[in-house]
Design a protein. Structure first.
Length: 185
């Protein structure tokens, strides 16, 4: 995971609770920057964390910090298993991390009655959006390849001229490729 042998000096060590408070405040630019800067300083490849949700990214940081500075994420008493517990907390549910955030983000300094926010529906929606974008990218690549093949064939000049007409495009948009190809028999 981490490609460094000691904790980077430019990155502040934090307890697991402090890291989780940062991720719970993900909409804040400084919180995001602290997390991303830590990932970069730990030389964790972007390919490892880019597809992960922010709580999973923080779990990676907590695990790396605990390996490099044992006992620093929870204190000396629990130095034997904090990384495993920290990695499971975001996966089990995002509400516990978010529940700690309002008190820390509000700056009350002493806790208080923080509310919990279930971000699971938002993450599910983002995952669905990512899947739809990936599907569109694949389709766009296929369409681009087909257009290149058409452009290479001078016999398709008439079809290409028709494709420049908005009325023809609107008519073709309502038909499937099978319907249009059936007329070429």
């Amino acid at each position: 995971m981490s490609n460094v042998s000691k904790w980077p000096e430019e990155i502040q060590t934090r307890t697991a609770e402090e890291w989780n408070a940062l991720v719970a405040n993900w909409s804040d630019a400084d919180s995001r920057a602290n997390i991303v800067n830590a990932l970069k300083a730990l030389k964790i490849p972007a390919t490892e964390y880019a597809r992960k949700q922010p709580p999973e990214r923080v779990a990676m940081i907590i695990e790396a910090q605990e390996k490099l500075v044992p006992g620093s994420t929870t204190g000396a008493k629990k130095a034997t298993a904090p990384a495993a517990g920290a990695a499971k907390a975001p996966a089990a549910g995002k509400a516990p991390a978010a529940g700690k955030a309002p008190a820390a983000a509000a700056g009350t300094g002493g806790g208080g009655g923080g509310a919990t926010v279930d971000l699971a529906p938002l993450y599910a929606r983002l995952d669905a959006t990512d899947a739809a974008i990936a599907s569109l990218a694949t389709t766009a690549s296929s369409v681009e390849t087909l257009l290149k093949l058409l452009l290479l064939n001078p016999a398709n000049k008439d079809s290409l001229d028709l494709a420049a007409d908005p009325d023809v495009l609107a008519e073709f948009a309502g038909k499937s490729i099978s319907e249009l190809a059936a007329g070429n028999g």
